[in-house]
Design a protein around this ligand. Structure first.
Ligand SMILES: N#Cc1c(N)n[nH]c1-c1ccc2c(Cl)cn(Cc3cccnc3)c2c1
Length: 242
């Protein structure tokens, strides 16, 4: 997979060169390039924004600068991801879809966002996905891009330390729509708090059942919205778990 990220704050993307993803980049399993949008600015002030048509607060990112950047960075066949508060909700399913693509380009804006014609123009030649990572407001697209890139690249073979995690994690394919059960490690007692005895029993069937029940119990208590989406068989077990 190739990743290109365009931003006026390229240093915001430095975390992409850390940890497991950083190792995948260093050994060439993932190609990563971060670009400073101001490289495509045309005036001596290297301007990338302007006042909004129709008035209103804030500034809008200029279409000419962004279009020049995407013309260079997003060839035919690339998928352009535009983080925006107005985007389609980003989900594990979307992460799995993006993980199957060869080339992702992230257009990270600031201010009040990109002139909409940037999206419309790019969509004439590549797929453009406007995505939101949640119902809260960030100051720009960089953090959202970091979230999407981590969720996507951890699904790529050889990037995640333990491939099994991608299955058993919350929202993983092995437990669609269920929150993860609680986890414990040594010591067996910590500040008067014990490990649930079933986890020490060696009874794998009982451990699996306890973990499933804990996932259902957590999901029922913390995310009733997800319970509504569970299939009937899982839902019956959720009823018994609360
Ligand atoms: N993805 C996502 C996402 C999210 N979940 N919250 N905020 C964002 C996000 C993503 C991209 C930008 C760009 Cl470009 C500018 N801003 C600031 C802003 C603030 C208020 C209204 N309009 C824009 C962004 C916020």
């Amino acid at each position: 997979m190739r990743l290109d990220v365009v931003s006026i704050f390229p240093e915001y993307l430095a975390p992409l060169r850390q940890s497991l993803l950083g190792r995948a980049v260093a050994d060439g399993r993932i190609q990563l390039e971060v670009h400073d949008l101001r490289r495509w600015a045309t005036d001596r002030h290297r301007s990338v924004d302007d006042t909004p048509y129709g008035g209103g607060a804030g500034m809008v990112m200029r279409p000419d600068v962004w279009a020049a950047a995407l013309d260079d960075v997003a060839p035919a066949g690339a998928t352009v991801v535009v983080p925006t508060p107005a985007g389609h909700p980003f989900s594990q399913a979307t992460a799995a879809d993006l993980a199957r693509r060869e080339h992702l380009v992230f257009a990270c804006g600031r201010y009040e966002g990109l002139d909409q014609r940037v999206v419309l123009d790019a969509a004439r030649r590549v797929e453009v996905l406007e995505l939101s990572i949640g119902d809260y407001v960030l100051a720009g697209g960089e953090v959202a891009a970091l979230v999407v890139i981590e969720a996507v690249t951890r699904l790529l073979p050889g990037v995640l330390g333990n491939p099994e995690s991608a299955v058993t994690d919350s929202f993983g394919e092995g437990s669609p729509g269920l929150l993860e059960h609680p986890a414990y490690t040594r010591p067996v007692e910590f500040r008067g708090l014990a490990v649930p005895p079933v986890l020490l029993s060696g009874n794998h069937a009982a451990i699996a059942r306890w973990r499933r029940d804990e996932s259902l119990r957590r999901t029922a208590r913390r995310r009733p919205d997800l319970v509504a989406r569970l299939d009937p068989a899982t839902l019956d077990a959720a009823d018994r778990a609360v």
